[in-house]
Design a binder for this molecule. Sequence first.
Ligand code: CMP
Length: 228
Amino acid sequence: MEDNYNFLRFVPIFADLDDPVIDKILKLGMRKNFKKDSIVFFENEPDTALFVIVEGQVKVSRVSDDGKEVILTILAESDFFGEMAILDGSNRSANVTAMTDTDMFIIQRSDFLNLLQEHPEVAVSLLVELAHRLRSADMKIKSLSLKDAEGKVATVILQLADDVGKIKNGTVEIERLPFQHDLANMAGTSRETISRTLHAFAKKGLVELTGSNLKILNYEKFKETYLS
Ligand code: CMP
């Protein structure tokens, strides 16, 4: 991001606030860098701060009793996380791990709750984002329980397109596609299935794979085919 001072303007829940309020939030929070692969926090920890991603990417995951990781989502620049423990006062609902070197802005729970009281428009934007995340989780539940391998992989690609993709002339480009074992943990399938299905999509002309970039060539058509 070009202007680090202005990063809060790109965070949807803060986007409509006046300059003095943005300045106030900047003074309340602190910046912290997390190295690639470091743990930001573990599921069930009691910590309650809100994190905004200034630059970088994190994965939100849970680990099953037999040690298998399920990636719930990947969050990137201008996304926030940690609001659930703030809102319901419970422990962390999931693990968060930095997937790249990640620069974070951290606001303590009491400061964030004060902000919600003083600026109800932030609370409304937060509800909009939570509704969006619930829709996405519903889509994933449907995909995991109903779809074949191709449908599961397509759902993960669409989720990434929605979270971190860049739209241009009807195409959506996902830069730095997660590793295939991470994609497998998102889709509830194997790494081999991910590799086979991505190449099948490329052969059908649905996507273009260049290094770690994936481009959905006709986003609307891809969505129509696999989201119904
Ligand atoms: P919290 O429970 O405080 O800590 C883990 C965070 O991960 C959680 O708040 C949310 O911000 C985020 N999170 C958990 N589940 C999901 C999900 N399904 N989609 C997006 N973000 C999530």
